[in-house]
Design a protein around this ligand. Sequence first.
Ligand code: PLP
Ligand code: COI
Length: 341
Amino acid sequence: MQQLDWANLPFGYVPSDYNVRCYYRNGRWGEVEVTSSDTINIHMAATCLHYSQEGFEGLKAFRCPDGKVRIFRMQANAERLQNTCRGILMPELPTERFCEMVRRVISLNTRLIPPYESGASLYIRPLIIGTGAQVGVRAADEYLCVMFVSPVGPYFKGGFATNNYAIVRQYDRAAPLGTGAYKVGSNYVASLLANKLAHDKGYSCEFYLDAKEKRYIEECGAANFFGIKNNTYVTPKSTSVLPSITNRSLQQLARDLGMAVECRPIPVEELDTFEEAGACGTAAVISPIGKIDDLDTGKSYVISKDGQPGPVCERLYHLYRDIQYGIQPDKHGWVEVLDLD
Ligand code: PLP
Ligand code: COI
């Protein structure tokens, strides 16, 4: 059995003991199955392979200082996956079935849940793929839902520290009426080139403007954007941004702290006016933004003058993490303590 260096885990794949699966055949989801195989045997004409009929999710479970294991907002992930399924004509997995699979896959892999002190967590990756064969462009008649886990460390090396982004104008992640609001694999393959370009130039990640006009802020790679000014939390409203559960949670926490929340189109020039800004998502948690360089215009938006995270990002980050770890009261009913008997 491998010895894991909990404190230095990357955000990556670690082999686990078991994963869980559920097949959709003859118009219904079957029973949940447990397997220790990390491969899937599917038809070469499966729609997921040719036409990207695939959607996924990402959520985390935490080993807490009180010894309990807490799962964060899994109902919200179940609902978002259902929305993804509606968007690409896949059958919806009911919330209860989704939650049962999440609880099961964590319970089967408890040795992989990192200790609290490490700062790492257990990432749960659910996916649904079209497995039925088609050659014409049509939805499959059979599907597979798989959930596996992997212990993960921070998405960006260095943990809670500022990161720099590059506006890459020559590639779009998603079209205004496309699939950006769904968590489908095709959005991520569309981001690979822009991401490589940003990395090659020394940035942590690419930064997207809206595809139609290139005037408004969209997303920070695979994370949502928020800016802070005048005691207000500002985040983009767009049909092509993924509705982030972290972002929704942070908006609530900002309100709880007495801040105003604005969800509206954000012109890119407004970046100059933010006191702080961050990227947020399950993987990134909150990743404060240092600066954002527009590679085409040469304009540099410096958000953090001293390169350090700002006080509001820091406060939100700790509050959010402390709720996930059961340290702060769960006022909004976001966490479920896993029953481990
Ligand atoms: N934006 C994109 C494109 C993502 O892939 C993710 C990750 O799921 C997010 C934002 C953040 O969403 P969440 O906070 O639900 O993880
Ligand atoms: C997130 O969880 O925030 C992500 O963006 C997941 C990413 C690895 C696709």
